[in-house]
Design a protein around this ligand. Structure first.
Ligand SMILES: [Mg+2]
Length: 216
């Protein structure tokens, strides 16, 4: 047995982030969302686009998502915001049969947990040929719009799911979102083109399908 497989032998639940994790950042889907976030911030707060773009990133850094900052500081209603920012063109996404096969081969429960909404996640999964592979899909709405990286958000979603963190693994492109999972006893895998060496990251991969093949 490979060392990496040995390290995951106790895992029976697999939690995947969505954006830039289940599709590579080179597909640039999130760029479209960022433009629409800036639009929404500009229109809702009646500020120019440069200022709105600055707030978008400031809130992302401070609160984990732009939405969480808009809710905390401006009382913005989350659902119209989520509908607006996720109304994008999904055609940059291509199906990935190898990734689908390797996810299907994992033993146990498979879950998607995104800071986007569940309806958006379902569209992304369909466009990637990953529809129907997951036992459950959770969005930011399932934790009352509290986002990752807040530990309370993870705890809420895992409580709804009945998932036991000490027997679960988390795959994520944003290193911040692996901190709480690590504290909770999960195996953490950073999925991104460039590795970051932080104590709360157990593994890094730039190729999720390949990494999963090592666990079979
Ligand atoms: Mg992501």
């Amino acid at each position: 047995m490979l060392m990496v497989a040995y390290d995951f032998r106790h895992i029976d639940a697999w939690v995947f982030d969505l954006d830039n994790t289940l599709y590579p950042p080179q597909m640039r889907l999130f760029d479209q969302i960022e433009v629409r976030m800036t639009d929404y911030v500009s229109r809702t707060l009646r500020i120019d686009r440069d200022h709105a773009d600055h707030l978008r990133t400031t809130y992302w850094q401070k609160y984990g998502t732009t939405l969480a900052g808009l809710m905390a500081e401006h009382g913005v209603d989350p659902d119209p915001y989520l509908d607006h920012v996720h109304d994008i063109d999904f055609s940059p996404l291509q199906p990935d049969p190898q990734l689908a096969k390797n996810i299907a081969a994992l033993p146990g429960r498979k879950i998607v947990y995104t800071n986007g909404s569940k309806p958006y996640a379902e569209q992304v999964l369909a466009a990637r040929g990953l529809g129907g592979l997951f036992d459950q899909v959770y969005g930011v709405e399932h934790a009352d719009y509290r986002p990752k990286p807040e530990r309370a958000a993870f705890e809420r979603v895992f409580e709804i799911d009945g998932l036991k963190p000490e027997a679960a693994a988390m795959f994520e492109d944003d290193p911040r979102n692996l901190s709480a999972p690590h504290q909770m006893g999960m195996r953490t895998v950073h999925v991104a083109p460039v590795a970051q060496h932080e104590p709360h990251i157990h593994y890094h991969t730039d190729d999720l399908a390949y990494f999963l093949s090592l666990l079979a």
